[in-house]
Design a protein around this ligand. Structure first.
Ligand code: PEP
Length: 253
């Protein structure tokens, strides 16, 4: 019997919040009683605000994540940020393969794999995002597409290293729409993810797609859902705190 998985809530701020806004968020969060003993919390500000978040939250157990990174350590890659630079800032987590990176910036599964390898090489925990489009969902192709994405993301990676990762299942049609997947349906697909690649059996699997303080507990009550990757509802400190509390309650259910 494996140890129970500690819930994990990751806030993906996307291209939101200046340094001043990040400071205001972090100072507000500091003043709250948060269930850190029962839930791991990570925020992923824009690159420009990582230092501010790190400094204001220095004495709290809030993990610092990046929303993306390069697969290369350095070189002629204009506009990119390398894992070495993130490690220097104190970043421990990185979202890789978010659907917005895939759709808007042409990130392919092979590149996602290179980034996962690079993150592991530098001791950064990859949060690998996968998910089907609305069309694939309607066509009954969700499981096949997600299994394919997961298989390609972890291609050539030893099971012991796969076990150091986190996977976020984010149905694209549910992201930012207010139309979350149903917790049992998400759970069914996520149990497929667990079986797709050796090493994923005991990793934390996050659901993402219009997760909110109102539905987080229902997701966390599912056996294969260990947390959330949250966009919109992570931007407000009161809402982020409510997500952590809801995750705690849901995991106990
Ligand atoms: C996301 O961007 O990863 C996400 C899940 O966004 P939202 O929570 O706003 O749907």
């Amino acid at each position: 019997m494996s140890a129970p998985r500690k819930p994990l809530v990751v806030g993906n701020w996307k291209m939101n919040k200046t340094i001043a806004q990040t400071r205001a968020f972090a100072e507000d969060l500091r003043a709250r009683a948060l269930p850190f003993a029962d839930v791991d919390a990570v925020i992923c500000p824009p690159f420009t605000a990582l230092c501010e978040a790190r400094d204001v939250l220095a004495d709290l157990p809030v993990g610092l994540g990046a929303q993306n990174m390069s697969w290369a350590d350095g070189g002629p890659y204009t506009g990119e940020i390398s894992p070495l630079m993130l490690v220097e800032l104190g970043v421990d987590w990185v979202v890789i393969g978010h659907s917005e990176r895939r759709a808007l910036f042409g990130e392919l599964d092979e590149r996602v794999n290179e980034k996962v390898v690079a993150a592991l090489r530098h001791g950064i925990t990859p949060i690998v995002a996968v998910g089907e489009t609305g069309q694939e969902h309607v066509a009954g192709l969700a499981t096949a597409r997600v299994r394919e994405q997961v298989t390609l993301a972890f291609a050539g990676i030893a099971p012991a290293d796969v076990a150091r990762c986190v996977v976020a299942y984010e149905p694209i049609w549910a992201i930012g729409t207010g139309n979350a997947d149903s917790p049992p349906e998400a759970n069914a697909l996520m149990s497929e993810i667990r079986g797709a690649v050796a090493g994923l059996e005991h990793v934390r699997l996050l659901y993402g797609g219009s997760m909110s303080p109102g539905n987080v507990a229902d997701f966390l009550a599912q056996p294969d859902i260990d947390g959330g990757l949250v966009g919109g509802a992570s931007l407000d400190p009161a809402s982020f705190a409510a997500l952590l509390e809801g995750a705690r309650r849901g995991a106990l259910a």
